[in-house]
Design a binder for this molecule. Structure first.
Ligand code: ADP
Length: 514
């Protein structure tokens, strides 16, 4: 059974052959989530089921995952997996078909998947995610006799070693084992998973792997680099980000490799789980509404103002932020733009967690401007929904943004997105320029370059547009009519899976590379 994601998840259409695929990732919504990666990994199986792809997902057995697993079967035992015994469990949780790596010495820990309560990365992260990738590679090579995926889809650095293991395994034991086509999806190039070279042997990589054509990355072992080097195909989560990362500014040291592999690299915009994000049915909202009943947003705005300590002023343009508080998201610029925002008569509600300086900055802003600025520090799904349903506009001033999901929920909820023109923000918001407004297709505002001046200008421009209710509601309705679901992205992924399955032989004897 697949979790429905609001696009009528149905069995594969007539004449469509099914294809087995394995997705491997370090987080999955709704079980473990630190960011958009979890949303995507959680939504892909149901989205791809519609396209005839049977996608199972391998995830680490963190306590919330093993705790949620229903009807689990042990499908493999590992006597020693990087320092302890482990089991591979097959089961279902939240409608997801999961393979769970139950390795208590690596994953049975409370808290964040990557970071200890001290704020430092878990010291054994190299082994934790090497183990995940190792098991993914084994599954791809036929670990389970009754289920051999044709595609191995690895997400981010935590799964990056999987294509590398398959590559080096084939050198050691050529010819005998199945070989799935491999895809690496980069959700954020900023997180690269670099570890000391001295770990090479302990990670199960041969000495010969430590070259620039292998897993070496500026003197370290690079997990993401390894995936980029050895995956048959590379995708990232928007077409614009796929272009940007080929250049030095967004390429974060990997642009040379990405240029070399440009023929294998493409961008597929993320979708949104439009069943979870539906203002007409959302149980987390005080008032439900749709594009035909936008007035219903007023009650949500009032609730949002009350919850964030803002003045109960229905006419004040209310800007919202739902974000990790980090340099990437450009929120230091927003702090600097507060005087301009207040000068324009607007209110600001910020929901987020992250860098201490930014948390303190928004709390100080709220203290200095009671009734005008409200900040809630923390991670809260319910408040995220309320904010999208009650804010007039959503601010996303990111310096870089691989895709971004919050602007997609904003479109769906009628919070007009005001975004930096980068990455997936550039691909998903239609700027309210004169022509777009005249044609009635504008869905938000874009600004570039990402600077304080341009952000301030965008805020003033948004307030000006807000003051014309016809124009503003037209933008809200256009945004709410945009198809931000997984329907189209799923078609793109399915086409990629099928192309790759056709291009790669299941055995390593003939192994065409893009
Ligand atoms: P990133 O993955 O870079 O953090 P995205 O926009 O791709 O950014 O995804 C962020 C996801 O996390 C969205 O689903 C957003 O609603 C959610 N989110 C971010 N911060 C919070 C928060 N403080 N409370 C609730 N949800 C949050």
């Amino acid at each position: 059974m697949s979790r429905r994601i609001g696009l009528g998840a149905a069995p594969a259409g007539r004449g469509m052959s099914t294809l087995d695929a394995l997705s491997v990732a370090s987080e999955i919504f709704p079980l473990v989530k630190t960011g958009g990666l979890a949303d995507v990994v959680g939504a892909l199986p149901a989205a791809l089921a519609v396209e005839g792809i049977r996608l199972r997902t391998l995830v680490p057995g963190y306590p919330p995952v093993t705790g949620a697993l229903g009807g689990a079967r042990v499908v493999h035992d590992f006597a020693d997996l990087y320092g302890g015994p482990a089991r591979l469990l097959a089961g279902e949780a939240s409608g997801l078909d999961l393979l769970v790596l139950d390795a208590p010495h690596l994953f049975a820990r409370a808290g964040n998947p990557y970071v200890a309560s001290t704020g430092q990365d878990w010291p054994d992260n190299a082994f934790r995610f090497a183990a995940l990738a190792r098991v993914a590679a084994d599954l791809g090579a036929g670990l389970l006799a009754d289920w051999v995926p044709r595609i191995l889809h690895a997400h981010d650095w935590q799964a990056g070693l999987a294509p590398a293991f398959l590559h080096y395994d084939a050198l050691v034991r050529p010819g005998s084992r199945p070989r799935p086509g491999t895809i690496l999806t980069v959700h954020n190039l900023a997180f690269q998973g670099q570890f000391p070279a001295a770990l090479l042997g302990a990670l199960g990589l041969p000495d010969s792997a430590f070259t620039t054509e292998g897993v070496e990355y500026f003197g370290s072992i690079g997990f993401l680099k390894a995936g980029l080097q050895f995956a048959d195909r590379i995708t990232t989560v928007s077409p614009t980000y796929a272009l940007e990362i080929r250049g030095p500014e967004a390429g974060m040291g990997l642009d040379g490799l990405l240029r070399a592999r440009a023929g294998a690299l493409s961008g597929i915009l993320n979708g949104l789980d439009v069943a979870v994000w539906d203002p007409a049915t959302d149980p987390l909202l005080p008032a439900r509404y749709d594009a035909a009943s936008l007035a219903g947003r007023a009650a949500n705005k009032a609730a949002l103002q009350a919850r964030f300590g803002l003045a109960a002023d229905p006419a004040a343009p209310l800007f919202g932020v739902v974000s990790r508080l980090s340099w990437q998201k450009g929120l230091d610029l927003l702090l600097a733009a507060v005087p301009a925002l207040l000068g324009a008569g607007a209110q600001l509600a910020v929901l987020g967690t992250g860098e201490r300086a930014l948390e303190a900055g928004f709390l100080a802003g709220a203290a200095a401007h009671p009734g005008r600025i409200g900040a809630v520090i923390g991670y809260n799904e319910g408040l995220a929904h309320l904010l999208q349903a009650g804010a007039d506009a959503l601010l996303v001033p990111s310096r870089f943004e691989p895709c971004g999901l919050t602007q997609l929920s904003a479109l769906r909820y009628g919070a007009v997105p005001v975004v930096a023109r980068v990455g997936g923000l550039a691909d998903s918001v239609i700027d309210a320029n004169e022509m777009a407004l005249a044609a009635g297709v504008a869905t938000g505002l874009q600004f570039a370059p990402v600077s304080l001046e341009m952000l301030e200008l965008a805020i003033r421009r948004a307030v000006q547009l807000y003051r014309d209710p016809d124009v503003w509601q037209g933008m809200q309705r256009s945004g709410m009519a945009a198809d931000v679901s997984w329907r189209l992205p799923a078609k793109h992924y399915a086409a990629l899976y099928r192309d790759l399955a056709a291009a790669t032989s299941p055995t390593p004897a003939a192994e065409p590379r893009a």
